[in-house]
Ligand binder design. Structure first.
Ligand code: ATP
Ligand code: MG
Length: 335
């Protein structure tokens, strides 16, 4: 039986990278799979945060996800801290994962910044909590963006090691989860720096297109996006060594449902003075229905809280027995 799990942090506004790299797949998969989508607030406190803002961002992210097409009647949508399994299984898996495995994680190296001694321990063990998120539902498929590939490999290693050590006769306690990295754009880059990925937690609001931005804001951000002074090339080879140009062409292709070659056939030879407004218009047109729905949903806190509570109850009903099995498997007495 196939089960999909994926998570997203309530660390800021849902952006075009999240959408094209992950959410488009989530929306598609709710029709064909048993899907669990989680707002990972436990992950969000691994970096310094403001408690009041976290609560607000959790609700707003729920609204933005529903506005983008997640249907709480077709998938389970909830916030991580409401289901006890995540933190409890993470502890068990921390004792399965090896320090050497975590030391290789590049996201920790990027997010800790210059001050390794000052980073939280939670930021270091973050990928183990992510493994618990997935394995605690015995999920088989995990649709994510390119940046999560390494964490998914770690989750597979943890599943394999747990199965070897505690899996019993057939060694199949946890299914080894398959990453699915296949959105229309699996790695959308920052509008301020073509070599850094677009992120919710980037301090510059101009670095990303939020799914909730209005048409004017979208246009302004694309017009201000960093680019080089050359016109667009006629073919894809001409994008090499031009990360900002490549990123804008990728975004255009993903939004238009076409490929880079087709975009360059249309715009090759033209300068950014004409390409950027065309891109801004296309994005505004594609995102407008989402941002309208978002504004309506966001105002209704009661409904959002109810949706998350119902989702948490459904998630817990799946996770609690798996956690119990895992506790028995490692030798804990029944409480
Ligand atoms: P943060 O900066 O707080 O880490 P984020 O923008 O990286 O936020 P996450 O909540 O960490 O977002 O990730 C949610 C999903 O979006 C994941 O599946 C991740 O792979 C995907 N994703 C994030 N950024 C991008 C991007 N720039 N391009 C494509 N997919 C992305
Ligand atoms: Mg991230």
């Amino acid at each position: 039986n196939e089960r999909v799990f994926s998570g997203i942090q309530p660390t800021g506004d849902l952006h075009l990278g999240n959408y094209l790299g992950a959410i488009v797949n989530w929306v598609r998969m709710q029709e064909t799979h048993d899907c669990i989508f989680c707002i990972v607030d436990l992950h969000a406190i691994t970096m310094s945060h403001d408690p009041q803002l976290l609560a607000k961002q959790t609700r707003e992210l729920a609204a933005a996800l529903i506005a983008s097409g997640l249907d709480p009647d077709r998938c389970i949508l909830f916030h991580q801290s409401a289901v006890p399994m995540h933190a409890q299984l993470a502890w068990i898996l921390q004792c399965v994962a090896r320090v050497g495995w975590l030391d290789r994680m590049t996201q920790f190296k990027e997010k800790k910044g210059k001050d390794k001694e000052g980073a939280s321990v939670g930021l270091y063990t973050y990928p183990v909590l992510q493994a618990a998120d997935i394995l605690g539902y015995r999920a088989t498929h995990v649709p994510v963006g390119e940046d999560q590939k390494q964490h998914l490999e770690l989750a597979r290693d943890i599943a394999i090691r747990f199965n070897q050590n505690f899996g019993g006769g057939d060694g199949e306690f946890f299914p080894v989860p398959e990453p699915m990295i296949q959105g229309p754009a699996t790695r959308v880059m920052s509008l301020r720096d073509g070599t850094a990925k677009m992120s919710k937690s980037d301090p510059s609001d101009m670095s990303r297109i939020a799914m909730t931005d209005d048409a004017d804001t979208i246009m302004r951000k694309f017009k201000k996006a960093k680019t080089d002074p050359e016109p667009l090339p006629e073919s894809e080879e001409g994008l090499e060594g031009r990360p900002e140009a490549a990123n804008l062409v990728n975004i255009y292709a993903a939004l238009a449902g076409t490929d880079r070659a087709a975009v360059l056939r249309e715009f090759g030879g033209q300068g950014f003075g004409s390409f950027k407004p065309a891109l801004g218009e296309l994005a505004a047109e594609k995102l407008a229905p989402n941002s309208e729905r978002y504004r309506d949903l966001k105002a209704d806190k009661k409904t959002l809280d109810r949706i998350l509570r119902d989702g948490a109850a459904k998630a817990d009903a799946i996770a609690a027995p798996i956690l119990e099995d895992a506790k028995r498997a490692v030798g804990f007495l029944k409480g």
